[in-house]
Design a protein around this ligand. Sequence first.
Ligand SMILES: C=C(O[C@@H]1C=C(C(=O)O)C=C[C@H]1O)C(=O)O
Length: 200
Amino acid sequence: MKAPPRSASLRQAQWQPHVLALNAPSAYVPWLMEGGSLTMRLKAHSDSFRVQCLHQRTAVCLSDETAAIELHHRGRVWEREVLLRCDNTPVVYAHTVVPMSATATDWPLFSALGERSLGTTLFGDPLVQRGVLEFARLRKGHPLALRARAALIANGVPAPDTRILYARRCLYRRRQGTLLVTEVFLPSVLELIKTNTNKR
Ligand SMILES: C=C(O[C@@H]1C=C(C(=O)O)C=C[C@H]1O)C(=O)O
């Protein structure tokens, strides 16, 4: 079978269900494997937490997301991108897509989230079904790595000098809707120290 052009392989990631296959530095593993809300974990590791909404708009789905979000072709989606900040330091770049076919009945709170965490609307809603986590190494040419770096620079934060960014993604379902959340962990997340296990 003909290998995809090199540029295509740079733009796409190999998403897989086993975190150990990433050979990520061990300090990333607890973050990648977080089974609950990432928001709650970040809050437990910081004195202040903030969702900085970069944009929420329609866009063309990324090529390695089309099948994951059960689109038959690379169509337009609702796209939300944020920086998650702990003590004002960006530690996660997150990208969420919802097919345009989704209705307000499927995701009633998504369109008006603003700087509220998406996690607060997903965790605790009995109608939301969470899929399995997938993990990937994002090279510098992957769209989400490029966007994460651009978002940091646009916010006056130096882009990480690492060649690889480690990411995870998860598909959520509610009624007839699907929603794919991808979280790109910035190296700064490794500097966080657990402050209060009881913090909410
Ligand atoms: C899914 C969660 O929501 C977080 C908040 C997001 C947002 O507000 O866009 C995106 C990704 C998540 O890290 C979570 O807290 O686990």
